[in-house]
Design a protein around this ligand. Structure first.
Ligand code: ARG
Ligand code: ZN
Length: 471
C-alpha cells in the first residue's frame, strides 16, 4: 500500500541479464551495463549515541503495511511487512532491523531480492540498484515465536506474551522483535496494520479501526490505520479477551479504550476521563495531534511500565492511575508528535510528560508546580547526571531524565514568566508537529520566544552535573 495512493516510481534498469549476473558483476566490482544506477549499500545504523546500529541509512520509510496473524497457544507470529520507502542515495543494498524470527521471502518492487541476516540486521539486495530519490516497496514475509528484548536497565520490551495473548511495546528498540523496519525514531511513517487472532479474542493496535471481520475459520481480523507519522517504538499490538468502550473527545475525536475483563470494571471510570483530560491538554499544548485516542489496560504480570504508544497508550493495571494517564496522554504531544532526534533527547519526552503531571496537580490538586519542583530538587536520585546527557543506555529512563527534565521546564517558566512559558508549551508542539527535534532545537526555540539567550539556565539545569545551592 502506498501512503499517497500513487504507484511506485519505476527505476532505471541496470540492463544486467539476470539478478545473479548483476550480483556477480557487482561483487566483482564491475560496472553494470546500460547506463544503470551503480549504488552503494545503505548504512547499517544511524549512529544513535546509545544504539549506533538502530535504524538504517540510505532510505526513508513512508509507510508500513503490516499483516500479522498470532496464535497465543503456540506463541507463533506469521507476518508480512510491506514497506514503502524513498531512497536517499543510489542503493545497491540496504538494511532493515529485525531481531529473531525466520524470514521466508523478500521482494523489492515485486522482484525477489537476496537477503541475509547478521545480528539484528536484515540486509536486502535488490536485483537492480535503486536510484536516489526513487520510491520502492519492500515485502518481507516472516514467521516464528518472537523473543522479547531485555533492556540495559533490565526491563522487558518487544512482543511480550501474556496469559492467553500478547502485548507489544517498543521503547527504545523492541519493535524489531515483531516487524522488520527502520527502527530509529528519526524515521517516522504512516501505518496500516491487519491483525488476525483466534475466535473469542480481541486484537488492538494504534489509530483508527477501519474494519473488523470474522474469517471463514472463525478467526477475527481487525484493520488499524495510523494516518499521522509514527516512530516505530510507538507501535503497539494487544491481543486478549479485551472489553472495549468508545467515546468522543475534543473536536469529534474517536476515543477507543480497552481493558482485560478482570480490570475492565475497575478501570472504566478513569478510562472515561480521557476525553476531558485531552480537552484540557489541548487548551494548554495546542490541538490534539492525532485522529484517534484511547488506552489499553492489561492485567499485571507482563508489562512492567506504562508506555505512550501512539494514540492508545498501554498500561499494566497497577500503573493505570490518573497521574500516569495524564503523563502518557501528554506524550501524544511530547514524544509522539514531536519526536526526539536521537535517544539522547529523551528528556524532551519525559521532562514534558512529567511537567504535565505537575501542571495537572497544580490545577486540580492545589499543589503548586513550585512545590513539585522543590520536592524533586531535594531528592538525591535526581542528581546522578544531567537530563540532556544520560551516561549510558541503562540510564535513559532514570529519574534525572524525568524529574530534572521537568525541573528544567519549571526553571524556564520562572525565568521567562507564565505568559511566555504558555506560549512555549503551545508553540513547541506546533513548530515540530509530526517531526523530530533535538535539545538544541528546543533551547533555540525557547530563546526565540524569550527574546534573549538563556545560556546560564541551560548550563546549570540541563547540562550541569551538580545540584545548585538553592532550588
Ligand atoms: N516512556 C515510558 C514512560 O511513559 C517508559 C518506558 C520505559 N522503558 C524502558 N525500557 N525502561 O515513562
Ligand atoms: Zn513517559
Amino acid at each position: 500500500m502506498y501512503a499517497n495512493g500513487d504507484a511506485p516510481r519505476r527505476r532505471h534498469r541496470t540492463g544486467a541479464a539476470s539478478g545473479l549476473l548483476a550480483l556477480a558483476l557487482l561483487a566483482g566490482g564491475c560496472t553494470a551495463a546500460g547506463g544503470g544506477v551503480e549504488g552503494a549499500p545503505g548504512a547499517a545504523g544511524l549512529r544513535d549515541p546509545y544504539f549506533p546500529k538502530l535504524g538504517n541509512g540510505g532510505y526513508d520509510v513512508r509507510h508500513y503495511a503490516l499483516s500479522l496473524a498470532y496464535d497465543p497457544g503456540t506463541g507463533r507470529l506469521d507476518g508480512t511487512a510491506e514497506i514503502t520507502a524513498r531512497a536517499d542515495q543510489d542503493l545497491s543494498a540496504f538494511n532493515l532491523d529485525l531481531a529473531g524470527l525466520r524470514v521466508s521471502g523478500a521482494t523489492v518492487d515485486g522482484v525477489r531480492a537476496a537477503y541475509n541476516r547478521a545480528g539484528n540486521e536484515l540486509t536486502l539486495r535488490p536485483r537492480e540498484d535503486i536510484r536516489d530519490g526513487a520510491e520502492f516497496t519492500v515485502t518481507v514475509t516472516y514467521t516464528g515465536v518472537p523473543e522479547p528484548i531485555t533492556d540495559a536497565d533490565g526491563s522487558e520490551e518487544g512482543w511480550l506474551r501474556t496469559a492467553g495473548g500478547a502485548v507489544a511495546v517498543g521503547e527504545p528498540e523492541g519493535s524489531m522483535t515483531w516487524f522488520p523496519g527502520n527502527h530509529h525514531p528519526a524515521d517516522k511513517a504512516t501505518y496500516d496494520l491487519t491483525l488476525t487472532v483466534p475466535a473469542g479474542l480481541e486484537g488492538l493496535s494504534n489509530g483508527v479501526r477501519t474494519e473488523r471481520r470474522t474469517e471463514r475459520d472463525g478467526r477475527v481480523t481487525t484493520v488499524w490505520h495510523t494516518a499521522e507519522p509514527m516512530a516505530s517504538y510507538l507501535a503497539t499490538v494487544a491481543i486478549g479477551r479485551y472489553e472495549t468502550a468508545s467515546a468522543t473527545g475534543p473536536a469529534s475525536l474517536p476515543v477507543l479504550t480497552a481493558a482485560e475483563p478482570s480490570v475492565a470494571a475497575g478501570s472504566a471510570a478513569l478510562r472515561g476521563e480521557i476525553p476531558a483530560i485531552l480537552a484540557r491538554q489541548a487548551e494548554r499544548f495546542g490541538p490534539y495531534p492525532f485522529s484517534a485516542a484511547g488506552a489499553i489496560v492489561t492485567v499485571d504480570g507482563t508489562l512492567g511500565y506504562a508506555l505512550e504508544t501512539q494514540t492508545r497508550p498501554v498500561f499494566p493495571a497497577a500503573s493505570f492511575d490518573r497521574t500516569t494517564l495524564v503523563h502518557e496522554l501528554a506524550h501524544q504531544w511530547f514524544g509522539n508528535s514531536v519526536t526526539p532526534a536521537t535517544w539522547r533527547d529523551l528528556w524532551l519526552n519525559e521532562g514534558f510528560a512529567t511537567y504535565a503531571e505537575w501542571l495537572y496537580s497544580e490545577e486540580y490538586e492545589g499543589v503548586p508546580a513550585r512545590t513539585h519542583f522543590e520536592r524533586a530538587f531535594a531528592q538525591d536520585a535526581n542528581w546522578t547526571f544531567p537530563p540532556a546527557a544520560p551516561p549510558a543506555a541503562e540510564n535513559l529512563f532514570d529519574p534525572p531524565v524525568y524529574q530534572r527534565g521537568a525541573m528544567v521546564l519549571h526553571k524556564l517558566r520562572e525565568t521567562v514568566g507564565d505568559a511566555a512559558f504558555d506560549e512555549i508549551l503551545r508553540g513547541w508542539p506546533a513548530k515540530y508537529r509530526h517531526a523530530n527535534a533535538s535539545t538544541d532545537d528546543f533551547t533555540a526555540y525557547a530563546e526565540s520566544v524569550a527574546g534573549k539567550d538563556l545560556d546560564a539556565l541551560w548550563k546549570v539545569w540541563l547540562y550541569g552535573d551538580d545540584r545548585p545551592s538553592a532550588p
